[in-house]
Design a protein around this ligand. Structure first.
Ligand code: ZN
Length: 565
């Protein structure tokens, strides 16, 4: 019997979904494009004519390289820990599945340990070859650049080093078919060739303007990230950040407002680090985390003997922040008597420790934050109006994450960078589908919730792999990409069917026993129907007579007692 194609064995069709309502096509978690080969051919032609064949070659090669890397990740995911060569072999099939070429590995000399691949691939029906022939006719040079890039990207990802494929025969040179030869980059012994294949280095000069623009973009990205942990470029974030930066160099008291988890402490810290007090202490106090009877001694300090248990004198957080910044979070939770003392310190710049009558001068910049509505707290008598007006000279509202969703991608990449080393992982980013899930979510817990989610996803994602939906939302079925799947005959079916297919696939993989499963299903139906065979039969979509017969056959007993009324 002929070996079953790998794409069939892993039911790749069920992972391809057409969601026409939302205008998306998904292959597993990657967003795909169904493009006109003619349109792609036209783009290719424009590139060759405007940039010259060498640059066009390079761009198409790099594009294929990126696609090959993506598919290598998909192959790893489909096969898990299967036989390495089996996993590797799905590459040509994926490429065929995507409609680019039919290719066959004809020779492969592999040393997984050393990361060596030397091999040869026959390619038929290369879309690129066809397109090139139509537009340019037969020439002297091979033309399947994108194809060679794909094979190189795919193989390089597998062997975790640069393995480069070069086309040695091509239909565009009049050969009967295209043939790719691949080997480790350095084995080609052709530095000029490799310079064109490998990742761009800043060597090029003739596109100076383009390069300048690129640097500006990179510079902006660096700038965005250099603002400490404050990351974002959405209009709402920029508006808040602009207010923040205006306050940084002045001694004004800032009141940070916003929901839980928006990052108030990060804002406060940025303010401190960018003020003239940056070399002095930054002290943060969460008023809600300290019991009411301790908050005053925490903030203002204690003199020995002030109360039972005060065995020695110690300074409070105010004194410890002297010269620097004191950040009071959840200010709305402050007790009434602590509010009075706080107001006095703000008015006089002096404080008294508990049980002490000595006045101590403190020079502290206060940044306060709250997620409660202080106006309302004032109306209800829980917060002093005079303290509020003292603190609210410069109120600054930090937007919730749902109002700055365009910052999510950059936040995610910063968080992946932050957590990957902590978990000794190398994460290749996040799948298109997973990103879609993040963008669609409302984020009641704001940036803190996103941070927790990404930390867990980094922990769950495989090293060298990417973060997928199941890592972000464990336990959730990967049904986030609804739409139609295509069946073996290429017909478009619905996603429900595809999910059922997947269920059966899983059952088969786990070692299937039809009789045991039937018995279990029958029992379950009878139990659910509380012994009523007519109802149980309806649940199973068969007649009562058929059910009675099967129960006898499969469960081996006498017909169960009838409870029909
Ligand atoms: Zn070719």
């Amino acid at each position: 019997m002929a070996e079953q194609p790998l794409v069939e064995r892993f039911n790749l069709r069920s992972r391809l979904r057409f969601n026409i309502e939302s205008g998306q096509i998904w292959l597993d978690e990657n967003r795909m494009l169904l493009m006109h080969a003619k349109a792609f051919g036209a783009l290719r032609q424009e590139m060759i004519e405007s940039l010259g064949p060498k640059r066009a070659w390079r761009l198409l090669f790099r594009m294929g390289f990126a696609a090959g890397q993506q598919d290598a990740d998909l192959a790893h995911k489909l096969y898990g820990e299967g036989d390495a060569y089996d996993v590797f072999k799905i590459g040509p099939e994926l490429h065929a599945f995507e409609g680019l070429v039919r290719s066959t590995i004809t020779e492969a000399e592999i040393d997984w340990e050393k990361g060596v691949f030397i091999g040869s691939v026959n390619c038929d029906n290369s879309w690129e070859g066809e397109s090139h022939l139509q537009l340019f006719g037969v020439g002297d040079e091979p033309a399947c650049w994108n194809l060679a890039g794909y094979a190189s990207g795919y193989t390089s990802r597998f062997f975790k080093r640069d393995i480069i494929f070069r086309e040695t025969q091509c239909v565009c040179c009049g050969d009967p078919r295209c043939v790719l030869e691949g080997k480790p980059a350095e084995d080609w012994g052709d530095a000029a060739f490799l310079e064109y294949c490998l990742e761009p280095k800043d060597q090029e000069t003739s596109f100076e303007q383009l390069q300048d623009e690129l640097w500006q973009v990179q510079g902006r990205q660096r700038e965005q990230r250099a603002a400490g942990k404050l990351v974002g470029s959405s209009p709402t974030f920029r508006a808040a950040f602009s207010l923040l930066s205006k306050a940084a160099s002045s001694p004004i008291t800032v009141l940070l407002l916003g929901e839980t988890g928006v990052g108030k402490e990060v804002f406060a810290r940025w303010l401190h680090e960018n003020s003239t007090r940056a070399d002095k202490p930054f002290v943060a106090v969460n008023c809600a985390a300290i019991p009411n009877d301790l908050i005053e001694s925490e903030l203002f300090g204690v003199q020995k003997g002030a109360y039972t248990g005060a065995q020695c004198s110690r300074p409070g957080r105010f004194e410890r922040a002297d010269g620097g910044t004191l950040f009071l979070d959840e200010l709305g939770e402050l007790s009434p008597s602590a509010q009075v003392k706080l107001l006095r310190v703000l008015q006089t710049g002096e404080l008294e420790r508990l049980g002490d009558d000595k006045l101590r001068k403190v020079n502290v910049r206060l940044v306060a934050a709250t997620n409660v509505n202080l106006q309302q707290a004032i109306a209800e008598g829980r917060f002093r109006a005079d303290l509020y007006y003292r603190l609210a000279t410069y109120p600054l509202e930090i937007p919730p994450l749902r109002k700055r969703k365009s910052d999510i991608p950059v936040l995610v990449s910063v968080l992946i960078e932050k957590y990957s080393p902590l978990y000794h992982k190398h994460i290749q980013g996040i799948s298109d589908l997973a990103m879609l899930g993040l963008m669609a979510y409302d984020w009641p817990g704001n940036v803190r919730e996103l941070e927790n989610l990404i930390e867990r996803a980094v922990l769950l994602a495989p090293s060298d792999g990417q973060i997928e939906v199941e890592h972000l939302f464990p336990g959730m079925a990967p049904a986030a990409a609804p739409g139609a799947a295509i069946d073996r005959q290429g017909r478009v079916g619905n996603a429900d069917e595809a999910r059922k297919d997947q269920l059966y696939e899983t059952l088969l993989e786990d070692g299937f026993d039809l009789q045991a499963h039937e018995a279990r299903l029958l029992r379950l139906a009878v139990d659910r129907a509380r012994g009523n065979l007519t109802h149980a039969a309806r649940l199973l979509g068969i007649t009562r007579r058929q059910l009675a017969y099967r129960v006898k056959q499969v469960l081996g007993g006498a017909e169960p007692p009838e409870h029909d009324a």
